[in-house]
Design a protein around this ligand. Structure first.
Ligand SMILES: CC(C)(COP(=O)(O)OP(=O)(O)OC[C@H]1O[C@@H](n2cnc3c(N)ncnc32)[C@H](O)[C@@H]1OP(=O)(O)O)[C@@H](O)C(=O)NCCC(=O)NCCS
Length: 162
């Protein structure tokens, strides 16, 4: 599988909505939520008006036909309207999803590595995320040096400090 990364632009908003939906963890055997869930303010705030200062992200596209197969992005949140993985206003929170048929081939790791690199270049002190404790993606985050910083019962907040 050959892919390239390109920067997310404001016009990618509809595509990113798809990836935001895919980023919602669905435990095996459970029904996925209705697609409208991404319109709830707690989720739509991960994307709305994309292109604000500090908004950074990448879409992975297949080289052969430019099909988008994965995306990862981060954005800063305020204390008043935090994300699920909020740690501090100067620490952006990331979101990531790969199309099901392209998972477990290293793309998630590649996207995350790229995102961490870019966050460092931009001068951010770290990145945070929220993950369900049942989500095997936790192992990927641990491998990339994210550490648990807040236990919220079913989910945990993790942070990578640079
Ligand atoms: C999380 C996600 C982005 C990872 O992307 P990916 O391309 O599959 O990631 P990689 O192939 O680079 O690495 C996957 C690693 O994560 C862990 N992992 C991720 N999903 C897993 C699964 N379903 N079962 C077991 N291990 C899994 C494993 O440690 C795996 O490493 P391995 O393949 O060497 O065992 C992707 O699985 C996804 O889109 N999941 C659904 C959405 C989601 O959970 N997003 C994160 C919300 S916090």
């Amino acid at each position: 599988m050959e892919y390239i990364f390109r920067t997310i632009k404001p016009s990618d908003a509809p595509l990113l909505q798809e990836f935001l939906y895919l980023a919602i963890y669905v435990p095996e055997g459970e029904q996925p939520p209705a697609r409208e869930i991404v319109e709830r303010p707690e989720l739509s705030r991960y994307l709305e008006n994309w292109g604000q200062p500090g908004d950074i992200g990448f879409i992975a596209e297949l080289r052969k036909n430019s099909q988008p197969i994965g995306a990862a992005w981060f954005r800063q949140f305020s204390k008043e309207k935090p994300g699920y993985g909020f740690v501090a206003e100067n620490i952006p929170e990331l979101s990531i999803a790969v199309l099901p048929e392209y998972r477990r081939q290293g793309l998630g790791r590649d996207l995350l590595t790229r995102l961490i690199h870019q966050a460092r270049l931009e001068g951010f002190p770290g990145l945070s995320l929220s993950v369900s404790k049942q989500n095997p993606a936790i192992r990927l985050y641990e491998r990339l040096d994210f550490k648990p910083v807040r236990d919220l019962g079913d989910t945990q907040v993790m942070q990578r400090v640079f």
